[in-house]
Design a protein around this ligand. Sequence first.
Ligand SMILES: NC(=O)c1ccc[n+]([C@@H]2O[C@H](COP(=O)([O-])OP(=O)(O)OC[C@H]3O[C@@H](n4cnc5c(N)ncnc54)[C@H](OP(=O)(O)O)[C@@H]3O)[C@@H](O)[C@H]2O)c1
Length: 282
Amino acid sequence: MKYLILGASGQLGKEFVRRLSSEGFPFTAFSREELDITNSALLRERVVELRPKAVINCTAYNQVDWAEVEYERALQVNALSVLYLAMICREVGAILVHYSTDYVFDGTKEDLYREEDSPNPLNKYGWSKYIGEKLLLSFGDNCLIFRTSWVYGEGKQNFLHKLNEWVRKQDYLRIACDEFSVPTSTRTIVEVTLLALQKGLTGLYHLVNTGYASRYEWAKEYFKIKGIKKFIYPAYQHEFNLPAKRPRWSAMSNEKICKELGIEIPEWQAQLKEDLKWFINL
Ligand SMILES: NC(=O)c1ccc[n+]([C@@H]2O[C@H](COP(=O)([O-])OP(=O)(O)OC[C@H]3O[C@@H](n4cnc5c(N)ncnc54)[C@H](OP(=O)(O)O)[C@@H]3O)[C@@H](O)[C@H]2O)c1
């Protein structure tokens, strides 16, 4: 299978490039500088010229707070350009893999979120991702969408990177103990995505590591594994007064994708321990 990776310099894009290179799979990868997905003419030109079998869209407008003021841009990157990409993929007979978010949910469920639960985003970023999903699902059968959460890997758009910055600058940390989801490794996402592509899956799935945690628990576990001695004070989400509202509870179940592929996805704690031997910048 020939792959095309878009958003190759983001944390998920980097992990796809690393994995596909190490396994000797044929692929082409473009960073935003090389191919901006909002440039529809160039996007079409590149996809038609390369004729990949699978396009893996790792691009995203991911700035949750900024999306409150730059909604148009978020919508363009996370929804409208993705629909156009799906149309080009259909033209060349490619599957489009796209990633969405747990922030499509409002946090009112008292159990793990499943694929059949109704979204109700609390912020503009969540809306832009939800609209992206809806457009793809209504468009047709050449799309595979994975909702994921609290993604970390080799990059800066993650909580562990922020923790490291705070450790350097602050005497103690204040981390929300009332915001729950699932820390998810880019290595898990890549592994499962490649299996799903081999099996020819399409549709919508939740792709997260197993279990769930509060941000506070995630930070404590990270410090324990890394041997970082810094006091973490449990705080409440509202104390941070962030522009975008976040769901307090958005942990998702990975049962559907596990059943479909006949796999087990590691618990987030075990995955994190393994990853810290692997990701040099975490
Ligand atoms: N990070 C999380 O916690 C999280 C949680 C839930 C879901 N997700 C989803 O998981 C997927 C992967 O996210 P990630 O964590 O790998 O994000 P990331 O590290 O922020 O990577 C996103 C990449 O998209 C690129 N990009 C932005 N606008 C673009 C455009 N117009 N054209 C082309 N490229 C563009 C960015 O380029 P620049 O670096 O140049 O800006 C960046 O390299 C996304 O769909 C995201 O919404 C992430």
